[in-house]
Design a protein around this ligand. Structure first.
Ligand code: SF4
Length: 240
């Protein structure tokens, strides 16, 4: 599969999100799914996917610490797109986590909390797939700068597809408004990036859009998106 990625990687960089998604659906069939936490970018992907294939797979890692606005959006997505969101949970309920690791683990060791509630459940889910689709954009964080539209995810051992890697936030919002796509109402209350209730706050004027995630900890990612910077290789056809 790594060879397959190398073949299309460079070509895919010029594809539109629709083309990238169509390629992923065609190549992986039912073994590819969109992973989403239902931020603005995720909603763009879900809407585009729904226009290509009615029965696309969509999953979310539900930490059980999400905002009620996020759960509300999930209900609206299921109704509008007539799909069932596949929800993946931690092996530990919030109560069990507190019993085993103590109260408010997120304040003492957010990396461990994210590992228990996000990374391990994601790894379990990805174990049943050959490729996953995410809505990360290159200009969101330094780590994400290296994302390709199609690349090999060495951390989880499958193909990772990022159809809107080269989009700007402006393009995302233009798409949402032009296509009347539902979005999380917290975005209108200065929450550009939304995660768990314990680790997300509204941003203040002039702050980085991700300043509201794990504020004061120096943490910027939950460990789901680790990107190896790979040189883009020419496909054999392109080299010819
Ligand atoms: S974002 Fe916070 S509460 Fe959510 S899993 Fe990570 S550390 Fe825990």
């Amino acid at each position: 599969m790594k060879d397959r990625v190398a073949e299309v990687q460079l070509t895919a960089e010029s594809w539109s999100p629709q083309q990238v998604l169509a390629w992923a659906f065609e190549t992986f069939g039912n073994a590819v799914a969109i992973s989403s936490a239902f931020g603005a970018e995720g909603m763009v992907l879900i809407d585009i996917a729904s226009r290509l294939r009615k029965d696309f797979r969509l999953f979310t890692v539900d930490t059980e610490f999400l905002f009620s606005e996020t759960y509300n959006l999930m209900d609206r997505i299921e109704q509008k797109y007539e799909i069932k969101i596949e929800r993946v949970f931690s092996l530990l309920s919030p109560e069990e986590q507190e019993r085993v690791h103590g109260a408010a683990l997120w304040t003492r060791d957010p990396d461990q909390c994210c590992n228990l509630r996000k990374v391990e459940p994601l790894r379990r889910k990805l174990g049943e797939l050959r490729a996953w689709i995410t809505s990360i954009r290159r200009d969101q964080t330094l780590i994400r700068e290296g994302a390709r539209k199609v690349h090999w995810d060495a951390k989880f051992g499958l193909v990772k597809v990022n159809p809107i890697a080269d989009w700007t936030s402006k393009q995302v919002w233009r798409y949402l408004h032009e296509h009347d796509v539902p979005y999380n109402s917290l975005h209108d209350q200065n929450y550009p990036s939304i995660g768990c209730t314990h680790c997300t706050r509204a941003v203040r004027p002039g702050e980085d859009p991700r300043a509201g995630r794990w504020p004061g900890t120096g943490k910027t990612e939950c460990g789901l998106h680790v990107i190896e910077i790979q040189p883009l290789r020419q496909s054999p056809e392109a080299e010819a």
